[in-house]
Design a protein around this ligand. Structure first.
Ligand SMILES: [Zn+2]
Length: 118
């Protein structure tokens, strides 16, 4: 992984050989695909030849206003997925889907104003 030049092509494949998704890239971005073997959830491809498995992490709590304007990620069973872990022999990486909190400039201004009021 380290030391690869940007020009050197990388070959990627799905962790599930029945899926068949693959990609060739020349940058450092990891390609994702909506994997049928993972309930249609967007999961990363791994470098071809890497033995890896994905673990979908369900979001246990209610999706409230923090998800406004953000389409929650669900699998084909309707389960709300907050992240996916990609496990390899070297450890694992996590892709997070949970929506981030949002604020407007006015919200931030108001918060600063009330915090310094005493
Ligand atoms: Zn796949």
């Amino acid at each position: 992984m380290l030391g690869a030049s940007p020009e050197r092509p990388q070959i990627w494949a799905c962790t599930d050989e029945n899926c068949g998704a693959a990609a060739r890239t020349v940058d450092h971005k990891i390609p994702y695909h909506p994997c049928p073997a993972q309930g249609g959830v967007m999961v990363p491809l791994v470098r071809k030849g890497t033995k890896a498995t994905h673990r979908l992490i369900e979001r246990p709590d209610y999706v409230g206003a923090d998800a406004a304007g953000v389409q929650p990620v669900t699998d084909t069973h309707g389960r709300l997925i907050m992240s996916v872990e990609t496990h390899t022999d070297d450890g694992y990486s996590t892709t997070v889907f949970a929506p981030a909190a949002t604020a407007t400039n006015d919200d931030i201004h108001d918060a600063k104003g009330s915090a310094g009021g005493h």
